[in-house]
Design a binder for this molecule. Structure first.
Ligand SMILES: [Zn+2]
Length: 86
């Protein structure tokens, strides 16, 4: 599965009001596995996808952070913008 397709599936799952946490988790994990191939230094468990900040170049349309090395979520892997805009 490629990144665009995984991102699309995740967005679809998020849009469903009755989507289970398990299903959402599965889609998040599928996406994280692909992100991990692009950013091999980030573990599949450490990707955080912003719920607030849109990211033009992001495959999911939102900023993506490395929670292990950037726990303040202020350096998006793609646009390097902070989660909490100063
Ligand atoms: Zn970003």
């Amino acid at each position: 599965m490629d990144l665009k397709r995984a991102a699309k599936r995740r967005a679809k799952a998020l849009a469903k009001a009755d989507a289970s946490q398990q299903e959402l988790g599965r889609q998040d994990y599928a996406l994280a596995e692909i992100l991990h191939k692009i950013y091999p230094t980030v573990s599949v468990f450490d990707f955080v996808i912003s719920q607030y900040h849109e990211c033009a170049k992001s495959p999911v349309g939102m900023c993506i952070y490395d929670n292990l090395n950037d726990s303040m979520l202020d350096d998006c892997l793609i646009c390097h913008q902070p989660e909490v805009r100063k």
